[in-house]
Write a protein that binds this ligand. Structure first.
Ligand SMILES: Nc1nc2c(c(=O)[nH]1)N[C@@H](CNc1ccc(C(=O)N[C@@H](CCC(=O)N[C@@H](CCC(=O)N[C@@H](CCC(=O)O)C(=O)O)C(=O)O)C(=O)O)cc1)CN2
Ligand SMILES: [Zn+2]
Length: 767
């Protein structure tokens, strides 16, 4: 029989219960016991959904209070001493690593958090020491949660992050130089111990994730897979090794080390073409877990196509050696379509969220086991839905296609080169040395959310809501006056999210009311869904920016989300190439940029934080192709302005080495980038490549409530000045401030402005 399987389920809960519980706990409004009880309740609810849907292989240990990689850091006692020495309760030590801890005399920043492969989910980076040791936690979470499910009558397959991925995704701590992969021999015995305990608890099979296999791996990391020979034995559960978000064909040379594993999972949504090659690599008894239900997007699975793929595998392996699975964890999809009451019925029928996907794997497995007739109704409904979508008028807009056909090369270029533009901007904007600015958003207070919620529900009028937003903008400008910042922003109070807000204002999109997806910790996003050709029916941001500019004499920075970020943080269409969708977004944004300039906004920031995560995971021609259309769409969206208008862009990451040429090709006048959690050494690439334009490397981390001191910020700027010229440097935080409270924000920005003034005066003396 063909079994069905889910690789992981979203953790937040149908009403974001996990977010609410965590945030209440952090605010001392929920006890530790109640928090842990709520976590347990969510785990059970999620197991039950899958059990009721008829899923054969249900995951456990996929739940995490904050992040699953962070779970493993604690599980293996890879906790840096600055956290372990504080005498915190385990859950508080865990949150301290995830989000920093500044309370009762303790002051530790969080560990670094980075993007999980090419998704918008962030994981906490294992941070390792030169003398690193590992030790299994006393009451290991995977064992505890396996037993918890078992006691509820549900036998699960625990999920672990594999040792090679755990190390390869980690880094040496500041001050250490250890190559993480060199720690493998110390880590493997801990896995053996853990696997023994799981087996003793009754776990027959374990899912062990090694997603790094989709990357190009250094020789040492490949060699590390030999460790799997030690993870097989009578006292250990059978292992299914899972890979996702790419193909693994280029890493087949590790397969000899994997021959004794029970099975291999591959992503056949992203890379269906790897099937034949993978089948050829499997040992005579190995199982294939076929990822045919998309864990990364919300489109209904095309049953016909999925069944064909599964049949191909069955022909080679037989039914008992094939599992029908989600392509990856469902972490990246919203909880359930059932709570969407406002989606047009026509399009709602095209979608499948996590709960619906659990039923999809079951239907496909049944079709493969018992034949199509056994699930005829489901197959017919599915075929009808796919047919309706492909012929829907919603997907096609001839005006958009016509405009795209007329795009020229010249539309991608600014009128003059940077030196000429900068000369004009300098006189026009009158900026001091080390200009200070922020990245766009100011705290999204409870009050702002309540007012927006009332407006959405029709409890207040558009006019009342607009008045409220104007008042917020006035307030933010007053605060920037007090802080003595140089380039102002309007604070983005009117925006629910930097992508969803635009999605709601563009034709070709639909959006959900409850389609939340975890981004990091307790933070969630509601990605809007691109269903058809995109166009801009009316200006989207001009009113607020214009109002802000009208009540201040300082340069006001207009604020837009760039085409690639709009694309990547939406659920994209799967029926036209992403480059086409990006160009449609670029044209809509180009009109907005030109409208902002016409409204008197002479500094315009077009955020592209998702540019890097869109980079194909492996180097090579695919990557260059992506960069060409991605850079073109940014340029198309920004190049319509005069030389005297300053174009900014923002990226909340700092690693540019592998695609610096693309960053340079954007031709943005000013870039703000993340830098506070990483080494200023990363700025070296700007020196090496003689980057001529201006840069604001973030001087403090905005993801944590911790307030950076003035001297700490001065030190950061001093480090940056080792690489960048004083007249090239802007002073700003790492990213927007929407997730912060006002008290922290004011205190941190006061310290930041003072630090900038210190250097401004220092260099004025020199001049
Ligand atoms: N899309 C996206 N991806 C991103 C980022 C980003 O800003 N956007 N930033 C980076 C880091 N990721 C982040 C992701 C989310 C948030 C964030 O602040 N999310 C908010 C939700 C933002 C939002 O959509 N807010 C809505 C809805 C708010 C809400 O919860 N409303 C209540 C009702 C109001 C109340 O009583 O509070 C409800 O629906 O229940 C609004 O403001 O209108 C959260 O989780 O709390 C921040 C950073 C990378 N990826
Ligand atoms: Zn950012």
């Amino acid at each position: 029989m063909v079994q069905s399987s889910v690789l992981g389920f979203p953790r937040m809960g149908g009403n974001r219960e996990l977010k609410k519980a965590n945030e209440a706990y952090w605010a001392d409004k929920l006890s530790r016991e109640d928090l842990l009880a709520e976590n347990k309740r969510l785990r059970l609810a999620h197991w039950k959904i899958q059990k009721d849907a008829g899923v054969d292989i249900i995951p456990s240990n996929d739940f995490a209070s904050y992040d699953h990689v962070l779970d493993h850091i604690q599980l293996f006692n890879a906790i840096p001493e600055r956290y372990s020495s504080q005498g915190l309760e385990p859950i508080d030590e865990y949150f301290a690593m995830g989000r920093g801890h500044q309370k009762n005399g303790i002051d530790v920043p969080s560990l670094e958090m980075v993007k999980w492969f090419d998704s918008n989910y962030h994981y906490v980076k294992p941070t390792l020491q030169d003398n690193q040791t590992f030790k299994l936690a006393a009451d290991p979470k995977p064992v505890r949660e396996f037993i918890e499910a078992k006691e509820a009558g549900i036998i699960t397959r625990p999920v672990l992050l594999g040792p090679v991925s755990f190390l390869h995704l980690g880094k040496a701590d500041r001050g250490s130089t250890v190559d993480p992969i060199s720690l493998l021999d110390k880590l493997v015995p801990v896995y053996v111990e853990l696997l023994e305990k799981l087996k003793a608890a009754g776990a027959e099979t374990v899912q062990i994730d090694e997603p790094v296999l989709v990357y190009d791996l250094p020789t040492k990391a490949k060699a590390a897979f030999k460790a799997y020979e030690k993870l097989v034995g009578d006292k250990l559960p059978k292992l299914v090794l899972a890979t996702y978000f790419g193909d693994i064909v280029h890493n087949f040379d590790v397969f000899p080390s994997l021959q004794s594993l029970h099975g291999i999972h591959v992503d056949l949504v992203r890379n269906p073409e790897q099937l034949e090659a993978v089948l050829g690599q499997l040992g005579p008894k190995q199982t294939l877990s076929a990822g045919v239900v998309d864990g990364r997007n919300i489109w209904k699975t095309n049953f016909k196509r999925a069944i064909e793929v599964v049949e191909t595998a069955i022909q080679k392996l037989g039914q008992d050696r094939v599992i029908v699975a989600t392509s990856s964890s469902l972490l990246h999809t919203p909880h359930s379509l059932d709570s969407e009451k406002k989606l047009p019925a026509e399009v709602k029928d095209w979608f499948s969220f996590a709960v619906q996907k659990t039923s999809e794997v079951v239907v496909i497995a049944k079709a493969a086991t018992d034949g199509a007739a056994a699930v005829r109704e489901a197959l017919e409904a599915n075929a009808k839905s796919w047919q309706a979508r492909s012929s829907s008028e919603r997907t096609n807009n001839p005006h958009v296609k016509d405009r795209q056909s007329k795009v020229t090369a010249a539309q991608h270029e600014r009128q003059s080169a940077f030196p000429e533009r900068y000369a004009q901007q300098k006189t026009h904007l009158k900026l001091p040395l080390f200009p200070t600015t922020t990245i766009g958003s100011f705290p999204q207070t409870k009050e702002i959310r309540i007012q927006r919620n009332k407006f959405t529900k029709g409890e207040i009028t558009a006019e009342q809501y607009e008045k409220f937003i104007e008042k917020e903008i006035e307030e933010v400008i007053k605060i920037q006056d007090e802080l003595k910042l140089d380039v102002y922003v309007h604070g983005e109070p009117e925006r629910n999210d930097m992508v969803q807000y635009f999605g709601e204002r563009l034709d070709g999109y639909v959006f959900t009311t409850n389609g939340w997806v975890q981004s990091y910790g307790s933070r969630c996003v509601r990605p809007p869904i691109i269903v058809g050709d995109i166009s801009r029916p009316a200006p989207m941001t001009v009113k607020e920016s214009k109002y802000a500019a009208s009540i201040s004499s300082k340069p006001m920075k207009g604020m837009l989300t760039g085409p690639i970020t709009c694309l990547r943080w939406s659920f994209p269409r799967d029926d036209v190439h992403q480059s086409v969708q990006a160009q449609q977004l670029a044209l809509a944004l180009r009109d907005e940029v030109v409208d902002l300039e016409a409204a008197g906004i002479y500094v315009i920031q077009v955020d592209e934080p998702a540019l890097r995560e869109g980079l194909p995971l492996r180097a090579g021609t695919e990557r260059e192709k992506y960069l060409t259309w991605a850079v073109d769409s940014f340029k198309l969206s920004t190049a319509g302005v005069k030389d005297s208008t300053q174009i900014h862009s923002h990226f909340c990451y700092s690693e540019f080495q592998d695609f610096f040429h693309a960053i340079a090709a954007l031709d943005a006048d000013v870039l703000s980038i993340e830098n506070s959690k990483s080494d200023a050494k990363l700025l070296k690439v700007f020196v090496d490549k003689a980057y001529p334009r201006h840069i604001g490397p973030g001087v403090y981390d905005i993801h944590s409530p911790r307030i950076p001191s003035e001297s700490e910020i001065k030190d950061r700027i001093a480090e940056m000045l080792e690489y960048l010229k004083p007249d090239q440097l802007w002073v700003n935080p790492d990213c927007g401030l929407k997730t912060r409270q006002w008290t922290e924000t004011k205190a941190a920005l006061t310290n930041m402005v003072n630090a900038a003034i210190f250097y401004r005066e220092k260099y004025a003396e020199k001049a």
